[in-house]
Design a protein around this ligand. Sequence first.
Ligand code: BTN
Length: 266
Amino acid sequence: MSTPLSFVELFLAELTTLGFASDREVWFHGRIDSTSDDLIRRLRSGAPAGTVVAAACQEAGRGRKGRIWHSPEGANLYVSLAIEVSEPTDGFLPLLPLAAGVATSDVIRKNAPVEPRLKWPNDIIVSGKKLAGILCELPEPASRPVIAVVGLGVNITVSSFPLELSDIATSLSSLIDGEPQNLPHPALLAAQWVGELEKWMQRIQSGRKNELPDAWRARAEPFGRRVRVGKIEGTTVDLSEDGRLLVLQDSGEQVVVAGGIIEYIK
Ligand code: BTN
């Protein structure tokens, strides 16, 4: 009987942007604190842009705004990618979360019969619940060239969530009726996601960044939702061309939201 291919072998066989970062390193851990923390440590020790770290389980998975990312062992996806961001002062960085969200939405849609929608900036929502999340970070100390770390978590096989997440999180196995073997392998999702994201970064770096807001809008939840973000409350209007969210307050004043967790008000 042949040995099943490892995560790294499957990943490299599926990756379409092998030449984008030809010296990339690909690491897979059975258990790690956080794939993003491991990647940041590797970057500090000289790992190149393009390096990928994935794991079967995270003991300290991190979400946006200091939240915990539920990361049990199983066939969920926990992956982080180091990506060079060459124009940090030119409106480039705010586009990275959008590109990561568009890439995730497309890869999930390609591999499973679900209709993901993006909630600003890049939560992946299916049937009103979160299926996947993305964390973009600029590791300290700042490097030259600037390298960002993008971490993706996709709930694939997890069947139960802690009480506080049970109403707001979902997984592919809960959404799809069918056999577990019909669920996508985490390594294939990871490779396709890295490929899609790197293609977006190539487009952006070659002056085609104006394509991204429309791609994001086409995959987003409809605007016109009542939201709260920090102290701001109002109705979502649109995405700005530099990737921020425009919200119309009841006072008639339109504000530009650059960060924070968007809470829908029903
Ligand atoms: C969020 O929606 O709050 C972002 C969640 C990001 C989770 C991923 S899992 C892989 C990577 N490692 C981490 O510790 N976090 C990200």
